[in-house]
Design a protein around this ligand. Structure first.
Ligand code: HEM
Length: 188
């Protein structure tokens, strides 16, 4: 939501997609999610730019092995710098910009498939990723369907991050919202 408030054109695109797919006679539900590719791209791009676990979770090699030519002794702690991978110009065009379209139009990127793993990768990949995506799509989609959103002032939302294992916004998000008129009958 913070990124959308700073990029009203993306917010409008996501809202019009919901208007077209869901309409105004009912609330967005689970069955709509596969039909909202732009909203899904907004979530994916947010996870790329604002990684919740920028260093994933530390792993340790049980046996010695060779990875891409590097010898890894057993007992080595492996920390993956997802933050750097997510902003690597080798993989992403204009990596520091918020561009949900990059996930719709694969040609816009060099080789992002191998560089995108917000939920980790391999055998210890996050088992909650499916649930997490659904919940994020449902929550953000419902907020956009039901309310109009604006920044509190002219200034952009401060996107600076807190320190810690899981990263949050340093300053909690404040935003102005009002119910969309045509949703009022549904609320009552
Ligand atoms: C946006 C939401 C979420 C993100 C970005 C996220 C990300 C991650 C990451 C990066 C890992 C570490 C993967 C690795 O070790 O390489 C992980 C592990 C894990 N996640 Fe999530 N997660 C999310 C939501 C959830 C949810 C909703 C659940 C459960 C309902 C969940 C359950 C777990 C569990 C149990 C592990 C440990 C898996 C293991 O070590 O074998 N996560 N998650």
């Amino acid at each position: 939501m913070a990124l959308l408030l700073n990029h009203p054109e993306a917010k409008n695109k996501a809202t019009s997609e919901i208007n077209t797919v869901v309409g105004s006679n009912r609330l967005l539900d689970n069955s709509d999610l596969p039909n909202l590719p732009y909203l899904r791209s907004v979530i994916k791009e947010s996870l790329r730019l604002c990684s919740i676990d920028p260093l994933l979770v530390p792993h340790e090699s049980r046996n010695e092995c060779t990875v891409d030519g590097f010898h890894v002794p057993s007992g080595t702690m492996l920390i993956v710098n997802v933050y750097a991978v997510n902003r690597d110009p080798e993989h992403w065009v204009d990596p520091t910009s918020f561009k949900p379209e990059r996930f719709l139009n694969a040609q816009e990127n060099k080789d992002f498939e191998s560089a995108y793993f917000p939920f980790g990768i391999g055998r210890r990949i996050c088992p909650g990723s499916g649930l997490a995506m659904r919940v994020m799509l449902m929550v953000l989609g419902s907020l956009l369907q039901c309310f109009e959103w604006e920044r509190v002032g002219e200034e952009l939302v401060d996107m600076s991050e807190s320190r810690g294992f899981d990263v949050c916004m340093r300053k909690p998000l404040m935003a102005k919202y009002k119910a969309r008129r045509f949703m009022l009958p549904l609320f009552s």
